[in-house]
Each structure stands twice: as structure tokens, then as C-alpha cells.
Design a protein around this ligand. Structure first.
Ligand code: 13P
Length: 269
């Protein structure tokens, strides 16, 4: 767990090796290292190795977008957490694109979270409801099922270290891109923490980092970062544009510098 604002760029299946290197170079020119902000880049698996040699580790950490839950063996085409463990700090697990396009079940996501901890990689677990689930009033049930199954068999210490990203599928730019209102997002983030508290207690619920993702860019990121209990953002399309992604980091920096509102103190009698 950390008090730093976490900004994660998910490049998805974009950029070849040289394009990824150019984007990293531009980001390194534009983004300064800030003590209270952690910036994580999640490129495609193909380019993790070359970027790991180029990256300025004072500024950025690397994440994988996926990995397979077995550590080694006859699984043609897969890359394991074990193979990634010295290259990345985080792995994104259970992204809606994997749940929907690759039919990743609750059980597979749970096994990937366990494999991630087994290999000393911090999972960024993605949860979120589809538009039809939302319309059917099933959001809480979906979040409950996704959180409780993914977190089964963990220790409270592991849960404290992990990251959960609330990404309503209908808000993701390529799935519809409807902008979620920060007050609605806050309710679901609170619900996610509530689930963690039920399973692992108040300390884990307080320490687990909860992010928001869904069409976040430099113009609207402030509304989400200002949510009480929001530890950062998971950014898709805007993370491929260095102006926008650097703008998101700038915004986080300025928000962190705003004086925090003091809680009302009881009048002294
Ligand atoms: P967009 O920011 O493009 O909506 O993508 C969000 C996302 O899926 C990040 O993982």
C-alpha cells in the first residue's frame, strides 16, 4: 500500500516496438518524477522487455496487461507471471476486454490474482458492470461477485497491497464511452471497499488502492481524482497521447498540492 496517487496507462494492443520506444521517450521528456505520484505504463507484452531497458525507473514502473496463471509448461502462446516477475511491478488482471473477448471467467481471474502474488507482482484487478447489467440493476451483484471471487484465498496483507480498478464497461471509450459522474463512481468505489472490509477487515479496506477507469483524459481527470477514496486512475486511449497523459500527471500533481479541507472540529464547550 502507498499514499501516492497511482496513474496507470494501459496501451492495450497498440504500438510496435519502435513506436512504443518513441512514446516512452516523449513521456520521459515531458513527465517529471513526483514523490507523491506513481506513474505506471502497461505496454503490450511484446515490448515490455525492450522498454524495461530504456525506462527511467525514477519516473515510471511497468505493468503487463495480462499473464497466464500457470508458472510454466505446455501452454503454447501464453506468457506466465513467472516469466514477467523481474520485468514488471504490476499486472492488470480481469480487464473487461479479457472477460468479454476472451471469456475469462471469475475462476480464471481468481487464479491469475493468486499467480500474481505467488510471483511477487502486484495485481491491478479490474471490475465493472456492462451497460445491460447496469440497466438491469445488477451493478452491485456484479461487483460483489467479481471482488469476492478474485479475492478468495488471499491474505489480508496481500489485499492491502493490491489495486482494484473500477471500470464500468459502458464508460470505456471503445465500448461506448459514456462519461460516468464522479458521484456515481464514488458510490461504487465505496461499495468495493465495503466488500473488502467484509472479507478482510477495516485495515485492508482502508489500505487497498482503488482506481477509476473509463474515458479518463487530462480535461476530466480532476473530477475523479478529487473523489474521496479514489487513489488514482487507469487510462486507456489518452495514455497513447503524450500531451494528454502528461496532462493527467500534471493535474494529479496540482490536486495533491491543493489544501485539503479540514474536517469540522466539534466546538469546544
Ligand atoms: P479508455 O480510457 O480508453 O476508456 O480505456 C479505459 C480502460 O479500459 C483502461 O484499462
Amino acid at each position: 500500500m502507498s499514499d501516492r496517487t497511482l496513474i496507470v496507462g494501459n496501451w492495450k494492443m497498440n504500438l510496435n516496438t519502435s513506436e512504443a520506444s518513441v512514446l516512452l521517450h516523449r513521456l520521459e521528456e515531458r513527465i517529471k518524477a513526483h514523490q507523491d505520484i506513481e506513474v505506471v505504463l502497461a505496454p503490450s507484452t511484446l515490448v515490455i522487455q525492450p522498454l524495461s531497458l530504456q525506462i527511467d525507473r525514477h519516473k515510471f514502473r511497468l505493468a503487463a496487461q495480462n499473464a497466464f496463471f500457470k508458472d510454466e509448461g505446455p501452454f503454447t502462446g501464453e506468457v506466465s507471471f513467472t516469466q514477467l516477475r523481474d520485468l514488471v511491478h504490476y499486472v492488470i488482471i480481469g480487464h473487461s476486454e479479457r472477460r468479454l473477448h476472451f471469456e475469462e471467467s471469475l475462476g480464471i481471474v481468481r487464479d491469475k490474482v493468486a499467480a500474481s502474488f505467488r510471483n511477487d507482482i502486484i495485481p491491478i484487478l479490474c471490475v465493472g458492470e456492462t451497460q445491460s447489467e447496469r440497466r438491469a440493476g445488477e451493478t452491485r451483484q456484479v461487483l460483489h461477485d467479481q471482488v469476492t471471487s478474485a479475492l478468495s484465498n488471499l491474505t489480508a496483507n496481500e489485499v492491502e497491497d493490491m489495486v482494484i480498478a473500477y471500470e464500468p464497461v459502458w464508460a470505456i471509450s471503445t465500448f461506448g464511452g459514456i462519461l460516468a459522474k464522479p458521484d456515481e463512481v464514488k458510490k461504487e468505489m465505496d461499495f468495493i471497499r465495503h466488500q473488502v472490509r467484509e472479507l478482510y477487515g477495516a485495515k485492508a479496506a482502508k489500505r487497498v488502492r482503488v482506481l477509476y477507469g473509463g474515458s479518463v483524459d487530462d480535461q476530466i481527470v480532476g473530477g475523479y481524482l478529487e473523489i474521496d477514496g479514489c487513489d488514482g486512475v487507469l487510462v486507456g486511449a489518452a495514455s497513447l497521447n503524450y500531451h494528454k497523459f502528461a496532462g493527467i500527471v500534471d493535474r494529479a500533481y496540482h490536486i495533491n498540492r491543493q489544501p485539503k479541507e479540514k474536517p469540522n472540529e466539534p466546538d469546544e464547550k
